[in-house]
Structure formats: structure tokens, C-alpha cells
Write a protein that binds this ligand. Structure first.
Ligand code: ATP
Ligand code: MG
Length: 258
């Protein structure tokens, strides 16, 4: 799966600067369909910046971004609107609108991007809530949900428009390990069931092993590894070895037989 033509998303020699400071250095990577790619690396290495560039929420200073085979590097925000429904995103805060019910929150993208009649919106919302195991929570307010339920409600909203690719930035942040594991499992099962390409930033090693098919590893804004997770775990690159060792100090990295 090396050809970027087959990739749902690819970035080519991407540079990004913030106020003159270079944060991404010629990052190239491609994200194959239906696979879950974990983006990892130390805090401040540019993971969130890369996601924001890929979504065109930040402007790269050089390089090219292709989504669904289309060069989106120079599309303006109006032109991007056509692609937005196909790209879902769940940022760390995953903020729900506090004054809206769960159902109203999930309905927001449907109201913004479609002309569905109300009855149909209600059916789609209920279906999305079932997918994230929140059936029957339509009328609850965000303040009545646990942290894990809030993430799942935000995920239902992300899935409202049936995106083909979904970006997650530290989705389990702030959750206890059991709730985080359940969210990981949900992300994997939805990706498989709905054939969604997933790009996920996480630094939790248990989470990485649970969900990742592939890894993109950033080191000071450079992509130093891209490939199957099992190869990353066996990599002899010092930054990767250090990352895995520090993330998992008590255990030897498993040798993957497959
Ligand atoms: N809006 C901004 N303005 C200026 N500098 C920024 C901005 N956002 C990020 N940076 C800087 O860019 C670098 C990369 O930040 P980024 O948020 O992409 O890192 P990250 O890998 O997501 O880190 P973390 O794991 O802590 O979330 C950091 O040095 C950060 O200080
Ligand atoms: Mg970040």
C-alpha cells in the first residue's frame, strides 16, 4: 500500500511555521483506506499541527495535501465545504454544546450540511447513538453524562455525516483506563464495520497496541518512521526505542510473530 494514489489522505513534503518557527519539516505520509494509523511522538513534536494541516485548519507553508485523490492544498474554505462532510474530526476537548440535548448535538452537522427533514434527522441521530452504544440517551443533557459517554456522544456527532476518514486527537485523554479501553475498542469496531480510515494521535502505549494498524512517528517535526505498527515496535531507530521504552518501562517490547 505504498502508492499515494490509493491513499485516502496523503501529505507531501509538508512544512509548517508558527510565527517564523518551523514546526513541521518536509513531512510526507499516506493514510491507506480502512486502516488505523497512529501518529505518535513526544509532546510538542507537531502531531496536532499535522492533523490541523491535513484538515486545512492550519495553512502549511510548503508542501501538498491530497484528500480522496484531490489536491486540496490551495482550495479555499468555501471549496473545502464540499469535502468537510467526508472528513470527521474529534479533538481532545470533544466539546458538546452544553445547552443542547445529546440528540440536538448529534443533529448539528446534519442541519448544517444536509436538507434532511426533521423526522429523518431524528432517525439518523438515533442510529448514530446506537452505533456508539448510547441508544436512548437522546434527551439527556451533556452535564448528565459521564466522561466516557460524553466522548461517545461527540463521536456520534462526528459520525453523523458518514465520514470516510476520521481524525482523533488524544480521544482518551482524561478517561480512566477501563473507559479508555472501551473507547479504543469502539473506535476499532466502527472503523472495521463502517470501513472508516482512522488517523489518531495518542501517546498511550496500551492504546497504540490495541488500535494501531500502522504508525507514523514524528521527531521534532520530522516523520522518521511510517509503516506497520509491528515494524515500529521492532524498529532500531533510537527515538522510537526510547518512546516505547519510556512508555512501557516495565515490559520488554513484544516480538510480533506475524
Ligand atoms: N497556535 C500556535 N502558535 C504558535 N506555536 C504553536 C501553536 N500551536 C502549536 N505551536 C507549537 O508548535 C509545536 C508543535 O505543537 P503541536 O501542538 O503540534 O504538538 P503535539 O505533538 O500535538 O504536542 P502534544 O503531544 O503536547 O499535544 C510546539 O512547539 C508548539 O509550541
Ligand atoms: Mg497535540
Amino acid at each position: 500500500m505504498s502508492s499515494s494514489q490509493q491513499a485516502v489522505l496523503s501529505v507531501h513534503e509538508l512544512d509548517c511555521h508558527y510565527k517564523g518557527k518551523q514546526v513541521l519539516h518536509s513531512v510526507s505520509a499516506s493514510f491507506p483506506p480502512g486502516q488505523i494509523t497512529v501518529i505518535a511522538g513526544r509532546s510538542g513534536c507537531g502531531k496536532t499541527t499535522l492533523l490541523r494541516n491535513a484538515l486545512r485548519l492550519n495553512e502549511p507553508s510548503a508542501g501538498r495535501i491530497e484528500v480522496f485523490g484531490q489536491d486540496v492544498t490551495h482550495l479555499n474554505q468555501d471549496e473545502l465545504m464540499d469535502l468537510r462532510p467526508r472528513m470527521g474530526v474529534l479533538f481532545q476537548s470533544g466539546a458538546l454544546i452544553q445547552s443542547y440535548t445529546v440528540a440536538e448535538n448529534v443533529a448539528v452537522p446534519l442541519e448544517q450540511h444536509t436538507r434532511m427533514p426533521l423526522k429523518l434527522i431524528e432517525r439518523v441521530v438515533s442510529r448514530k447513538l446506537e452505533l456508539v452504544e448510547l441508544a436512548g440517551s437522546e434527551h439527556l443533557m451533556p452535564s448528565e453524562l459521564s466522561g466516557g459517554m460524553r466522548k461517545r456522544a461527540a463521536l456520534a456527532r462526528t459520525l453523523a455525516l458518514d465520514p470516510e476518514i476520521v481524525f482523533f486527537d488524544e480521544p482518551s485523554a482524561g478517561l480512566d483506563p477501563v473507559t479508555a479501553a472501551a473507547l479504543d475498542e469502539l473506535i476499532v469496531s466502527l472503523s472495521r464495520k463502517l470501513n472508516i480510515t482512522v488517523v489518531i494521535v495518542t501517546h498511550e502505549l496500551t492504546s497504540i497496541k490495541r488500535i494501531g494498524d500502522r504508525m507514523l512517528f514524528l521527531d521534532s517535526g520530522k516523520a522518521i518512521f511510517e509503516g506497520p505498527l509491528r515494524d515500529a515496535l521492532k524498529s532500531e531507530l533510537p527515538p522510537l526505542q526510547e518512546f516505547f521504552r519510556l512508555s512501557d518501562p516495565d515490559q520488554h517490547v513484544e516480538e510480533s510473530g506475524s
